[in-house]
Ligand binder design. Structure first.
Ligand code: FES
Length: 608
C-alpha cells in the first residue's frame, strides 16, 4: 500500500484484531475502535507513557517530541512508540506488550464481612394455582392477584415482559410458580421463576480500575461466588478525569463508556452464574456502588458538570432503576439500587464503605481511608462524619511510573534494599518486568532507610546503584540480565516524585480533617484502610514514607473492599439502604480544591 491510500490496515498483535482506518487516525483511536483494550492512563493526551506499542511492520509518522521525551533512544530504535502519538503512513502491524494491556492481575474482591439482619428488598411467594376451566375463566394475572389477595398481598404491577414470564412459567409448570415480589415502590413483580428456582442478587463495586461482583442467594443471604474484572473503561483513560474528558468530546463516547462497562458486568455475572449452576435470569435485585463519575457512566448520565468547578453530580439521592433500562441481563422485572452519592468526587462507594465499617464508630475515633485513583477519606468523631476526597492518581496502579505496571505476573511487589544488597520479590515469582504500587512504596521506604534517598526525594549519587543518564537520576533495581524482558528495571527521580504527589494528597486530606476537628493523629484510635491497594499495602512502608502519621500498628485495620461489602449489606438488608442515606445526610464534606490552606499542607505532606 502507499501513502495516498484511502485507508490503512492496522493489525494489533498478540490480540489478533485488525481494522482499516483513514489516514490521520492515531493508533490509540484505532485500537479503541477495534475493541482492543489498550491502557491509556492519560486518555491519549501524551503525558503518561502507558500506551506504548512496538511497530513490527510498516510505516508510522516520525516520533513526536513527547515520544522522544518519554521513550529512550534505544526503545525508539527497537520500534517502541506511544499509540496516542503515532499515525500509520501505510498498512502496519504493531505488537502490544503485556504492560500496555489491562492484564490479569490480583483483583481483591474480598473484604471484612459483618453480619447483618437478613431482610432483602424482595419476598418470595410460591404459588400453586387452580388451572382455568369452563367455569373459571379468570385471566392468568387475575388468578395470581386473587391468590396474593388471599395472602394479604397487593395485586401485581409489572412490565409487559414480566407479565409474559408469569403466564409462561405458570403454563409450563402445571400452574405453579415462584413469584419474586419487590417490597419497594415501582413494579412489584421482579420475576416469575420455576418452582424451587434459586433467587439471586448481585452486589457490585464499580471501581475506576477494577470491578468486584458478588453473587448472593437471596433466600438465605449466602454469598455463592464473587469475581473481579478489569474496568474496560481503562482503555479510554486511567482515571475518571481523563474519562470525563473523553465522554465530553461527543455523546457517542459517553455511550461507549456505558456500553463497555455494562457488557463487562453482564459477562462477569454470566461467569459467576455458570460457576454456580445458576442463570442471570434468576437475579432479581442488584446494588451497584461506585464513585460519582462511575455512577454517572453506568447510568449514562451527563458528566460534563463533573469535569468543572464546582463539580456537582446530576443526582446525589439514591436511584432505583429497572435493570433492563441499563442494559443489564437480569430477571425481566429486576431493579438496580444505586445508593446516594456524597459529592461530585465522593460517591456511593464511600457511602457503602461507611456503612460497612460503621460498627466501629461508637467506640472509636476513626479515620477511614479508601485508597484508589481517587482516595476518599472520612473522620468519624463523636458521632459526626467529615469527609474529603483527594486525587491520589493512578501511580499506585503503576501508571506514570517509568517501569510501573499493575500487580500482574512479574511485577515487583516487595523489596529488601540495604547498603549492601538489592533484593526483589515479584508476583508469581517470575523474573521482574516492572514494579507495582506496593513494590514502589516498599522500595522508597527501603531507600530512605539505607540512605539512597533523602526526605526531599533526591537520590544519593554516592550510592553505586544510583546513576544519572541524561542528567536524570535513577536507582537500578534489577539489571537487564536478570529481568524478564532484557531491560533494566529502575526507579527514577520522577517516579519518586509521582509517589510523593500521591501520598502527599492522601496525607494532606487526613491532616485537614484531623485539624478541622481539633484533633491530632494520636487522638485517632482506629485507622481503617480500605480498597484493593490498601489490602496489600505494607503499613510500615506507608508510615515510613509519610502517607500515614506514625502510629502504633495495632491501631490500623486493613479491611479490603469495604465498598463491596457495604453494597452486599444493602443487598441483604433493605433497611440498610435507608440507614446509609441517613448516615451520609449528616456528612460535612470539605472540597479540597477550594480549601485555602490545602496547598501549604500538601507541600509539607510531600516530604518523605
Ligand atoms: Fe498515550 Fe498517555 S501517553 S495514552
Amino acid at each position: 500500500m502507499t501513502e495516498s491510500q484511502a485507508t490503512h490496515r492496522i493489525d494489533f498483535e498478540p490480540v489478533g484484531r485488525r481494522i482499516d482506518v483513514p489516514p490521520g487516525t492515531n493508533l490509540l483511536s484505532a485500537a479503541q475502535k477495534a475493541g482492543v483494550d489498550l491502557v491509556a492512563a492519560c486518555g491519549g493526551i501524551g503525558i503518561c507513557g502507558t500506551c506504548r506499542v512496538r511497530l513490527v511492520d510498516g510505516l508510522l509518522t516520525p516520533p513526536s517530541l513527547t515520544e522522544e521525551d518519554t521513550l529512550t533512544p534505544a526503545e525508539l530504535e527497537q520500534g517502541f512508540r506511544l499509540a496516542c502519538q503515532s499515525q500509520p503512513l501505510s498498512d502496519v502491524r504493531v505488537d502490544i506488550p503485556p504492560e500496555s494491556l489491562p492484564a490479569p492481575q490480583k483483583l481483591q474482591v474480598g473484604g471484612q464481612e459483618v453480619a447483618v439482619e437478613f431482610d432483602p428488598a424482595i419476598r418470595v411467594v410460591d404459588v400453586q394455582l387452580p388451572p382455568p376451566h369452563i367455569e373459571d375463566l379468570r385471566s392468568d394475572l387475575r388468578r395470581v392477584d386473587d391468590e396474593l389477595a388471599a395472602r394479604g398481598l397487593p395485586p401485581l404491577t409489572a412490565s409487559l415482559e414480566a407479565v409474559t414470564q408469569v403466564s409462561q412459567t405458570l403454563r409450563q409448570n402445571n400452574w405453579c410458580a415462584r413469584l419474586v415480589l419487590r417490597k419497594a415502590a415501582g413494579d412489584s413483580l421482579a420475576a416469575a421463576l420455576q418452582p424451587g428456582s434459586p433467587v439471586l442478587g448481585v452486589a457490585c463495586d464499580m471501581g475506576s480500575t477494577k470491578l468486584a461482583v458478588y453473587l448472593v442467594d437471596l433466600t438465605d443471604g449466602a454469598t455463592l461466588a464473587s469475581a473481579g474484572a478489569m474496568n474496560p473503561q481503562i482503555a479510554y483513560g486511567e482515571d475518571v478525569v481523563s474519562r470525563i474528558a473523553f465522554a465530553n468530546k461527543e455523546d457517542a463516547n459517553r455511550r461507549l463508556l456505558q456500553t463497555r462497562l455494562v457488557e463487562t458486568i453482564n459477562q462477569t455475572i454470566a461467569d459467576l452464574c455458570r460457576q454456580t449452576g445458576t442463570q442471570p435470569a434468576q437475579v432479581v435485585d442488584a446494588v451497584m456502588v461506585g464513585n460519582t463519575a462511575m455512577h454517572h457512566f453506568f447510568t449514562g448520565l451527563p458528566v460534563e458538570q463533573l469535569g468543572a468547578a464546582p463539580y456537582v453530580p446530576v443526582v446525589s439521592d439514591p436511584l432505583d432503576v429497572r435493570s433492563a433500562e441499563l442494559g443489564l441481563n437480569l430477571a425481566p422485572g429486576a431493579w438496580v439500587h444505586l445508593p446516594a452519592n456524597i459529592a461530585g468526587y465522593m460517591g456511593a462507594d464511600h457511602t457503602a464503605a461507611l456503612l460497612a465499617t460503621h460498627g466501629y464508630f461508637d467506640e472509636h475515633t476513626v479515620v477511614l481511608v479508601d485508597i484508589g485513583t481517587n482516595t476518599e477519606i472520612s473522620l468519624i468523631h463523636q458521632g459526626s462524619i467529615s469527609s474529603c476526597s483527594t486525587a491520589s492518581g493512578p501511580a499506585f496502579e503503576g501508571a506514570h511510573i517509568r517501569d510501573g505496571m499493575r500487580a500482574a505476573p512479574g511485577a515487583i511487589e516487595r523489596t529488601r534494599i540495604t547498603m549492601d544488597e538489592t533484593h526483589v520479590s515479584t508476583v508469581g515469582g517470575l523474573p521482574a518486568v516492572g514494579i507495582c504500587g506496593t513494590g514502589i512504596l516498599h522500595a522508597i521506604a527501603d531507600m530512605l532507610e539505607c540512605g539512597a534517598l533523602d526526605s526531599r526525594g533526591v537520590f544519593n549519587r554516592a550510592d553505586p546503584r544510583v546513576r544519572v543518564p541524561d542528567h536524570k537520576a535513577e536507582f537500578l533495581l534489577v539489571p537487564a540480565a536478570q529481568s524478564g524482558h532484557g531491560r533494566d528495571v529502575v526507579i527514577t527521580r520522577s517516579d519518586v516524585h509521582e509517589i510523593q504527589l500521591a501520598k502527599g494528597a492522601i496525607r494532606a486530606g487526613i491532616e485537614i480533617l484531623i485539624q478541622e476537628a481539633g484533633l491530632t493523629p494520636a487522638g485517632v484510635t482506629l485507622w481503617i484502610i480500605a480498597g484493593a491497594f490498601g489490602t496489600y499495602l505494607d503499613l510500615k512502608s506507608a508510615m515510613r514514607i509519610g502517607m500515614f502519621p506514625d502510629q502504633p500498628l495495632e491501631r490500623f485495620r486493613q479491611v479490603g473492599n469495604a465498598a463491596g461489602m457495604g453494597a452486599k449489606q444493602m443487598l441483604l438488608s433493605h433497611a440498610l439502604r435507608s440507614q446509609s442515606q441517613r448516615m451520609i445526610a449528616a456528612v460535612e464534606y470539605f472540597e479540597l480544591t477550594t480549601y485555602t490552606a490545602f496547598t501549604n499542607i500538601f507541600v509539607d505532606a510531600m516530604y518523605l
